[in-house]
Design a protein around this ligand. Structure first.
Ligand SMILES: [Zn+2]
Length: 506
């Protein structure tokens, strides 16, 4: 006879389930195993993803007092259970999309054939605007006809499944209840950020586009934006050979063991089938965390390693006595915030001149370009969040969404977006909100670290131990805005980001 369901069993078996999934991803993406076999893992642990498990989590949530520790745990467990219900039911749709994306080929009228998954790389690398326009036209026609209807069905189903669970009135209210985050407030902050930074954007975007692409901003599409941000004039200053050594040295200088006493394992070997982008796989938290990389150098590679290292340090320095829901789940704005805290070191002139090949006299030009890119990504993400609140909100019909998508994204960036991408360019379950809050949090943290540990906090030996104790150790028990209040005594906002962008673009 199997053990009856209880919160304790959900925790114990849930952690085992997450460890098995994570190991499967690690082994397949690092090339140690052909394909990830996820179905047997789901099958083995189906009891903890059943409707009874959801009911149990719902009872724990409803039965706990508001503001209590039990409520905090129960909210996270119920969020996980709600997500499990839709992941389970959406699995066949997700598999259908992955199969399509693996096989699809974009064909131009000239007979040029590009695997669908390579199109953004090809667009980014193409220096011929007419070629980009031809590829983009073929890509968006294919997406509109085949991928967009699948994606649209997926989001319709996800909204229905979540709303049927009946926790709150509609998808957005359910997400707010389960995450503890106000979408309305974030939406308004995004709108204000877009409004406040419009004059700066109107000033620098046309000039930069003209200089790099030789085009007027109003004649560009998102395909040209890919080429614009792919122009890596500084890659030579970020050599592959120094990357891991120098970044590890910096972490050690601030008083943190980059291997976390053996808990972080750097998987740097060459292996067939290994992903080219660095990634972090927490197979057991905090004891067995993999940082997988294949150093090829360049700005993006350094950036990705720093980002993934931030995640790895967070996982490996979490206090082991936190219950599993705070080590594996919770507000991902926190872990993304630490990852971004590290990748934003690439915007610090002192750090750049000490650990990369960039020289002091080249820093201002590099930072201007980084500031422009940062402003673009933030404006794009703000517009996405505003759009996604409509997509999930239900007040606008599904058929009217593509026009709204084009209006919002084109309006925020100046690059013409395609209707075809309205259901493709979406972060499921508001991951965009986690990113935006992480962005705000890392900017606030950077200011706090400068105040506490000086401008070169990243090599202050007192800084690392503080970070381990005050930030990483706490896992994801607090929401990002709660942690910001505790360590910086300030609310999350775009203000520190605006300050840092202004500093960079001068
Ligand atoms: Zn991340």
């Amino acid at each position: 006879m199997s053990e009856p369901l209880s919160i304790e069993r959900l925790r114990r078996e849930g952690e085992r389930f997450l460890q098995e999934l994570s190991r499967e991803f690690y082994e397949s993406l690092s090339g140690q195993k052909g394909t990830a076999e996820l179905q047997p893992i789901y099958q083995r642990h189906r009891a903890i993803m059943s409707e009874d498990a959801l009911e149990l989590a719902r009872e724990a949530f409803v039965g706990s007092a508001e503001g209590s520790g039990e409520r905090r745990s129960a909210r996270v467990l119920l969020d996980w259970q709600t997500e499990s219900q839709s992941s389970r039911q959406l699995a066949p749709l997700d598999e259908r999309e992955i199969a399509w994306e693996t096989d699809a080929v974009v064909r131009t009228p000239e007979g040029h054939e590009i695997p669908f998954q390579r199109t953004s790389i090809e667009l980014g690398n193409s220096v011929d605007r007419h070629e980009r326009a031809t590829i983009e036209k073929a890509r968006s026609a294919l997406v509109e006809k085949e991928l967009a209807p699948m994606k649209k069905e997926r989001y319709q189903r996800e909204r229905d499944i979540t709303e049927k669970i009946g926790l709150a009135d509609g998808y957005n209210a359910t997400w707010e209840l389960l995450s503890g985050i106000s979408l309305t407030a974030l939406h308004d902050e995004c709108a204000a950020f877009l409004r406040d930074t419009q004059p700066v954007w109107d000033d620098i975007a046309p000039r930069t586009v003209k200089r790099v692409l030789g085009m007027a901003l109003r004649e560009t599409t998102r395909a040209d934006a890919l080429a614009l941000f792919r122009a890596r004039e500084f890659d030579q200053f970020f050599p592959a050979a120094d990357m891991e050594t120098n970044i590890r040295a910096q972490v050690a200088e601030m008083g943190i063991d980059p291997e976390a006493h053996g808990r972080i394992r750097f998987d740097t070997g060459e292996r067939e089938g290994k992903r080219s982008r660095a990634f972090c796989a927490p197979v057991a938290v905090p004891d067995e965390v993999y940082l997988v990389l294949r150093p090829h150098g360049g700005q993006t590679d350094w950036n990705t390693l720093l980002h993934e290292l931030g995640h790895a340090l967070h996982f490996a320095y979490m206090r082991p006595d936190h219950p599993m829901e705070f080590r594996w789940m919770g507000d991902n704005s926190v872990t993304e915030g630490f990852a971004m805290l590290f990748d934003h070191l690439m915007q610090d002139a002192g750090w750049l001149t000490r650990y990369t090949g960039l020289e002091r006299k080249q820093a201002p030009e590099f930072l201007r370009s980084a500031g422009f890119e940062e402003l673009h990504f933030l404006r794009r993400y703000c517009a996405k969040l505003i759009y996604e609140t409509q997509l999930y909100g239900g007040a606008i019909s599904w058929d009217a969404l593509p026009d709204l998508y084009v209006e919002l994204l084109t309006g925020a960036t100046g690059f013409q977006y395609a209707r075809a991408d309205a259901f493709v360019d979406v972060d499921p379950r508001y991951y965009s909100a986690r990113y935006l809050r992480a962005w705000q949090y890392q900017a606030l943290l950077t200011e706090t670290l400068v105040e506490r540990f000086d401008a070169d906090w990243w090599r202050n030996p007192r800084c690392g131990p503080w970070m381990v104790e005050q930030l990483f150790g706490e896992a994801q028990r607090e929401l990002a805005h709660e942690q910001a209040q505790r360590v910086a005594r300030k609310s999350l906002s775009f203000a520190p980001l605006v300050r840092s962008i202004e500093r960079m673009i001068g």
